[in-house]
Write a protein that binds this ligand. Structure first.
Ligand SMILES: Cc1ncc(COP(=O)(O)O)c(C=O)c1O
Length: 474
């Protein structure tokens, strides 16, 4: 990984043409190091900087002197490899190393293959490229085309419901669901404290008031008891999030919603294929929403879907998704809608992903078991529980770090190229959402301890385990 210093240096008065030549001359790095008159390192230029400069109107005969260079991360000779690597991330992959005089002596480039990100989409083992190319060549590249209908029908059927309404992403799917149900100003919507912010943002964008309630310590999902306590005459809906692929206590939540005449929306963005008492999540609520973002169980790049058993609600969502336009009378708008449509190209990828969803889920679930096996002896972690009657789909292998402070552990993992992510912050901890908090004890405990590990087709659990051993031994 430590490479010989290449001929990739330029003077800080060089023309952009020279800089570009230097970047071009060192293909693996794609970078030029800028030195001042005293030979000290004063800048690091990447091809990304170049793109920005050209867009800003610079030309190749301009001099670097006239351009203010970005700050850069560097290391000092003698620092440990771990220290240096821990400064890299998705954006910073090259770190120059300088001596005491700030002269460039070497650099480190993280080899992408050494890096184990939390998520990598699994796109190459099925018909993804074939269907995508087919959609592309058909010229139906916007939001009409055969793949849209097929993806909607097949995904809804997979979840055991009648209707699917594909959307641009999982966030607007929640907003579309709330709007179609008539939830808005003056209404309260109960949401869990531990979730991705999209859940509450959609409520706020709908003009309703979120009421944030605590989650359970065992399943990490919204607490039925807390929902009960938070219901008021203004409550109109509950959004139950199946967190990290764990089904919530959805039958009890459904019964509660029915007895109080509340709408139930399932935010199943992270739980494709998970089931409660043998019934797929997404088939309990009035509407359920999914995300097909690139890190999800199956993906369309960006993308989402609302599913429902109600043809009436589905029709309403289709109209709202398409600017509120009358289906029979083109350009005639009866209400203010949105453009929340998915493209045929996204749906083409979705159809291919759906063909492989079962092996994808099996692989993810087995991966979690492999992690558990490797991690068990350390007694450092409690994994997300497998509960009776619930078949979770592992979205991200997630566990609680049962020691005081997880930062040292995360640092060591990252220095080994292993991306370990902390959980979502509790919504109630963030000042923009704090005013909506009703209850929030467990969510804070879980969030403080929670970590997610690389969960995708190219994970080598052995590599993670090796780093873990290094940590426990130190
Ligand atoms: C629980 C939850 N809800 C909603 C979303 C939003 O989905 P998207 O990113 O497709 O907008 C996400 C995405 O990460 C999520 O995790």
């Amino acid at each position: 990984m430590v490479t010989k210093l290449a001929s990739s240096t330029v003077s800080n008065s060089a023309s952009l043409r020279k800089v570009l030549a230097a970047i071009n001359a060192t293909p693996p790095a794609g970078i030029a190091f800028v030195l001042d008159a005293q030979n000290k390192l004063c800048g690091v230029v990447t091809d990304g900087d170049f793109r920005r400069w050209l867009l800003e109107g610079c030309n190749l005969d301009d001099s670097l002197k006239d351009i203010s260079l970005n700050q850069f991360v560097h290391a000092t000779a003698g620092e440990s490899l771990e220290e240096i690597i821990s400064r890299t991330n998705d954006k910073i992959r090259i770190i120059p190393i300088v001596n005491d005089q700030f002269e460039l002596v070497d650099y480190i480039q993280i080899d992408k293959r050494m890096h184990l990100p939390v998520a990598v989409p699994d796109l190459n083992q099925g018909n993804e490229l074939k269907y995508l190319t087919d959609a592309f060549l058909s010229s139906w590249i916007s939001s009409q085309g055969a793949y849209i209908n097929r993806f909607e029908e097949e995904f809804a059927a997979y979840c055991g419901v009648r209707e699917g309404v594909a959307t641009a992403n999982g966030t607007v799917a929640i907003h579309l669901a709330l709007t179609a149900l008539g939830v808005g100003k003056g209404d309260e919507v109960i949401v869990p404290d531990l979730t991705f912010a999209a859940t509450i943002n959609a409520v706020l964008h709908a003009g309703a008031t979120p009421v944030i309630v605590d989650v359970n310590l065992d399943d990490w999902c919204i607490s039925v008891e807390e929902i009960k306590k938070a219901i008021t005459p203004k409550t109109k809906a509950v959004i139950a999030v199946h967190l990290y692929g764990q089904p919530c206590e959805i039958d009890a939540i459904k019964a509660l919603c029915e007895s109080h005449r509340l709408f139930l929306i399932e935010d199943a963005a992270e739980a494709h294929g998970a089931a409660y008492k043998g019934q797929k999540v997404g088939s309990f609520g009035d509407i359920a929403t999914f995300s097909f973002f690139a890190n999800k169980v199956i993906t369309t790049g960006e993308g989402g879907m609302c599913i429902t058993d109600s043809t009436e609600l589905a029709e309403r969502m289709r109209i709202l998704r398409d600017h509120g336009m009358n289906k029979q009378k083109r350009y005639w708008h009866e209400e203010v809608g949105f453009n929340y449509r998915m493209t045929n190209m996204q749906a083409a990828i979705g159809c291919a992903q759906l063909e492989r969803i079962e092996p994808i889920i099996t692989y993810r679930n087995e991966l979690e078991e492999a992690y558990k096996e490797q991690f068990e002896a350390t007694n450092l972690f409690t994994f997300q529980k497998k509960l009776p009657d619930r078949e979770k789909t592992v979205w991200l292998v997630s566990a609680l770090y049962e020691q005081e402070d997880k930062t040292a552990f995360m640092k060591l993992m990252r220095s080994n190229g292993i991306d370990v992510r902390p959980f979502f912050y509790p919504l109630s901890a963030m000042p923009i959402y704090t005013p909506y908090s009703f209850s929030n004890i467990n969510s804070h405990l879980l969030s403080a301890k929670g970590l997610s590990f690389p969960t995708h087709w190219s994970v080598e659990v052995g590599k993670v385990a090796k780093a873990l051993r290094q940590f426990t031994e130190s």
